[in-house]
Design a binder for this molecule. Sequence first.
Ligand code: UDP
Length: 423
Amino acid sequence: MNTTTEKCIALISVHGDPAIEIGKEEAGGQNVYVRHVGEALAQLGWQVDMFTRKVSKGQNPVVQHSQNCRTIRLIAGPVEFVPRDELFDYLPEFLDNFLQFQQANDITYPLIHTNYWHSSWIGMELKKIQGSKQVHTYHSLGVVKYNTIESIPLIASQRLAVEKEVLETAERIVATSPQEKQHMRSLVSSQGTIDIIPCGTDIQRFGAIERQAARSKLKIAPETKLVFYIGRFDPRKGIETLVRAINESQLRTSKNLQLIIGGGSTPGNSDGIERDRIESIVNKLGMNDCTIFTGRLSQEILPIYYAAADVCVVPSHYEPFGLVAIEAMASNTPVVASDVGGLRFTVVPEETGLLAPPQDVTAFTSAIDRILLNPEWRDKLGKAGRKRVETNFSWDGVANQLSELYTQFLEQPVAKKAALLTQ
Ligand code: UDP
């Protein structure tokens, strides 16, 4: 059967496996995005195949998420974890294996939604080879990232060139916030068509448990002031700013202040090195008594932590979208976040939380303290956050918008070489 003409889409996410555990090195928002978008599209009647790179021998080549939705793991380079900045040379092999998969399964994908710049290269090649239409989500822009780090990787010029080409040639770019669109326009290219469709969150999962019930599950006393961080251990996530801000808090000398830092790491890998660095700062500041490192928290358990917290802090140096902020808001918890990128879009200052300049310890301390010291206001901010997420950021809403976008492209005439592989 040739599925070319059906509502059929390939989501490509070379380094962000949608079927993998979230919360470890290089597994974060992109994995969550691709998985939820894929599953929600399948519910809308799309046949969704999500392609990623196989990183260990024990992984199944195909994971079935639902009847119409599966993850397909292709070989590209060694079957082991490879940091993203070293993946580019393996892309031709990924492309070959993608084409072979199509041939073996008698499928030619008319529409490809690519995620992150590596995948955009694959999408652009597929457009040349078989005329597939391309929708692209960046998840991170090289030009913005390189402004926030000290050592620029060797791959930088390649990445910047690919990111410019895809903006100018894809049928549509999906920016996840107005801020991201503005960066594309001002820093990448004035050409190309950009739609804003935000990331989403599971509003049934996040918000399902009440604050008191969550606190009793975690054995957290009612008088405890709980500050929560969740995310990858990466210097750009700004965990150091949070730790230093808590150390300066007016409540620091009270026994009731508690900081929970969640997120997975592997000793010796870059996230393990960052966790060691953060732990040593906690030690030096004498904050062991009030700080807990939980390790990775699964998406099943996370709603309990969000609901139990008085405030969730997202202190990133830069964040293209920042799923954590909307997960916390969906859980009725106010957010204190850096005044950058997508966080400016999701967090409404004084309404659903507060924004502070990135890396500004004093500003973070005063924002966190304002919320901790006013429980009534905290509840008000939390409720408004929940409402904002229900209205703007549910996965179903996001998938509906994407589905409408894809449908426009499928209704256009099939491109010139679309049937090449199946003849
Ligand atoms: N996450 C998780 N468990 C962890 C750490 C993170 O499930 O231990 C999830 C978190 O809930 C969110 C995602 O990983 O859905 C992180 O996405 P975000 O956009 O905030 O950051 P990114 O990792 O993309 O930089």
